[in-house]
Design a protein around this ligand. Sequence first.
Ligand code: APR
Length: 313
Amino acid sequence: MARKKVTVVGAGNVGATCAHWIASKELADVVLIDIIEGAAKGKALDLAQSGPVMDFDLHITGGSDYAASADSDVVIITAGVPRKKKPDGTYPSRDELVKTNQDIVGQVTREVVKYSPNAILIVVSNPLDAMCHVVLEESGFPANRVIGQAGSLDTARYKTFLAMELGVSVRDIHGLVLGGHGDTMVPLPRHTSVAGIPVRELMAEDKLQAIIDRTRKGGGEIVGLIGVSAWYAPAAGTVEMVEAILKDQKRVIACATLLNGEYGYEKLFIGVPVVLGSTGIEKIIVMDLNDEEKAMLDNSANAVKDVVAVLGY
Ligand code: APR
């Protein structure tokens, strides 16, 4: 079997940690690309040198030249400016970053597709749903090969909080989070279970609502603690998607995908459950939402539309 190859653009916190999880799962050779050549080269070398100890055998390289990324199976785009404290002590919203990251993500995408015309692109840069539109536009790829990472992270946070509250294994929590990647995201308690037992049989409504609220603000909670945005769980969520694609697992994961009429939205990226396999998004699953859930998804879609409007496409 030919070796698989994954390029990670942006060798910052999220990108380097994606490389780390990919290596630890021995999924593929990794190329780290960053505008700061030394950072990409140095982190790749450091990670490669952990192979003899951590027992993985992969080619891990880094630099600024996209030629090294040629013929990647998957390209993860994390380049951009993260949410960081401004000099006045406040934090920019995800939406404030839209224009800066549009330029960065657009330029990165054009370089990536020159060398890997058949790759599947996973978008991580924020504001996530809007950046998916940028990557779709700039790559010219079919929509099944442009996938946004958000649902896997948001769902992982939701499951973690539920497991902490219930004192049970995270492995036994099932559920998913739809919508845009932001405060309007839509955790679905009606579809959440503990080993198949509806969560509402096990948890009081006020506790459940508090967890939903904490999930929605999960990114902000970490920014508030560290001062920059999170990286372990965002990278883990991304690598869950990479693994599903490289191993053709047909995993059902909430991902930002281009909807063309599904859920009543036209030409809009938003998080919904999809089947992920070797060709990327192999199926969009349309759930039977009740009025309350649909209203929350509409609210989230409207928030995404506001940001997408800033792009000017
Ligand atoms: N080309 C390549 N790399 C770039 C470019 C560019 N044009 N512009 C910036 N970068 C690189 C930076 O040099 C940096 O190493 O992108 C990297 C971003 O890393 P961090 O600043 O550490 O940000 P990180 O926390 O990894 O977040 C990256 O993912 O979760 C999202 O909101 C987050 O949009 C942000 C992205």
